[in-house]
Ligand binder design. Sequence first.
Ligand code: SF4
Ligand code: SF4
Length: 103
Amino acid sequence: MGMASRFPDSFKKFSCINCGKCCTLTVKPTNEDIRKIEMLGYDRKRFLRNGNLAKVNGACCFLEKRDGGYFCSIHEMKPKVCRQYPFTNLKNDNLFSCPALRI
Ligand code: SF4
Ligand code: SF4
């Protein structure tokens, strides 16, 4: 079964509305995640703070606002936990902080 199997059926209809809320949560990248981000030219001394992705104004330093929504500026190389969200309880302090899961 896929990783969503332990979640209610309604979650399968999940469709991200690009609200950016999950990018205010704490993200601890793995070593592999960090290496991938560095491949894009970023310096870990700048994008990490105490082992977590650094925040700017309360949101991940890689979060970008455009066209009325929020987007990840390292989308192709974002940490695994970001790719899995909201079907993970690792990224966050609160899984149910994703509003798209309540629709
Ligand atoms: S890396 Fe991208 S998806 Fe992950 S928290 Fe930062 S902006 Fe959001
Ligand atoms: S909180 Fe949910 S709807 Fe909002 S950006 Fe994150 S995954 Fe998408």
